[in-house]
Design a protein around this ligand. Structure first.
Ligand code: SF4
Length: 72
């Protein structure tokens, strides 16, 4: 278990999303301070640049992340 390298600037971790899900605290514990390499935001950020990054993507949206990554 480790902290995500995006912790300081990530809008999700810092409650700066347009709407935060009810599960935000659980997701922060699970992804941001744990298995961050499985976080949808983390995975997409490694592939897409900031310009194309979907700001509303949530850590647990794996399917959406896969689609975005596949579409390039
Ligand atoms: S795990 Fe995902 S949501 Fe959490 S800080 Fe990293 S990129 Fe952001």
């Amino acid at each position: 278990m480790a902290d995500c390298t995006h912790l300081e600037k990530c809008p999700f971790f810092n409650d700066r999303m347009q709407s935060m899900p009810a599960t935000a605290d659980i997701d922060k514990k699970r992804y941001c301070r744990g298995e961050f390499s499985n976080c949808a935001r983390f995975r997409v950020s490694k592939v897409l640049g900031k310009e194309k990054f979907p700001s509303d993507l949530l850590p647990n949206q794996s399917d959406k992340a896969n689609e975005i990554i596949a579409a390039g």
